[in-house]
Design a binder for this molecule. Structure first.
Ligand code: AMP
Length: 178
């Protein structure tokens, strides 16, 4: 698990921007991590340690889930599968709708990239209400994958996202929590 030193460095590096993109939201900006290649490497190593030997593929959620997810997959020598927002992927693909605060959204995955029975890590930068991640897990199950792990850089505990993920009986990991 993450060393206190790594956690401290990430806490100092990630910026909190109030009232973005809407009033009342404290936006966690992870982009300064990419200005420090050593910190990026240490973060990937930590995320990879959590999943080593436990998964057969990584599914990353667009778009910030790609930034770490693909590097974790490469570090572990397993496939990386993109989960994208509606309308970005060519057919054949499968879709999953989910609720937003106002209205609904949809995410998609190419068909036949995930093999039935594979143990899957679902990765995103941040767990908020859990709606996006829950939809991603349903896409994995629709393809016959086993939802084994969830990992995030940041968990916003006060939004109870973990409650939505309990149904999958998977391990949940985040480096930082607020
Ligand atoms: P949710 O479906 O509510 O768990 O939202 C998760 C998605 O929204 C993730 O892909 C995050 O990148 C993004 N997100 C939600 N809240 C924040 C926040 N406070 N700061 C940065 N990104 C956020």
């Amino acid at each position: 698990m993450a060393s206190p030193k790594l956690i401290e460095k990430l806490e100092k590096t990630i910026q909190s921007i109030p009232d973005f993109p809407k009033p009342g939201i404290l936006f966690k900006d992870i982009s300064p991590i990419f200005l420090d290649s050593q910190l990026y490497e240490e973060t990937i190593a930590d995320l990879a340690n959590f999943s080593r030997g436990k998964i057969d593929a990584v599914c990353g959620i667009e778009s910030r889930g790609f930034l770490f997810g693909i590097a974790v997959a490469v570090a572990l020598g397993v496939p990386f599968i993109l989960i994208r927002k509606k309308g970005k992927l060519p057919p054949p693909f499968i879709s999953q709708k989910y609720d937003l605060e106002y209205g609904t959204a949809e995410i998609e995955m190419r068909e036949n990239q995930l093999k039935p029975g594979q143990r899957i890590l679902i990765h995103d930068d941040l767990l908020a209400t859990g709606g996006t991640t829950e939809a991603a897990a349903k896409l994995v199950q629709k393809q016959g994958g086993i939802v084994s792990q969830f990992s995030f850089l940041i968990g916003l505990n006060f939004l109870n996202g973990k409650e939505k993920l309990k149904q999958f009986h998977a391990e949940i990991y985040h480096l930082l929590e607020y």
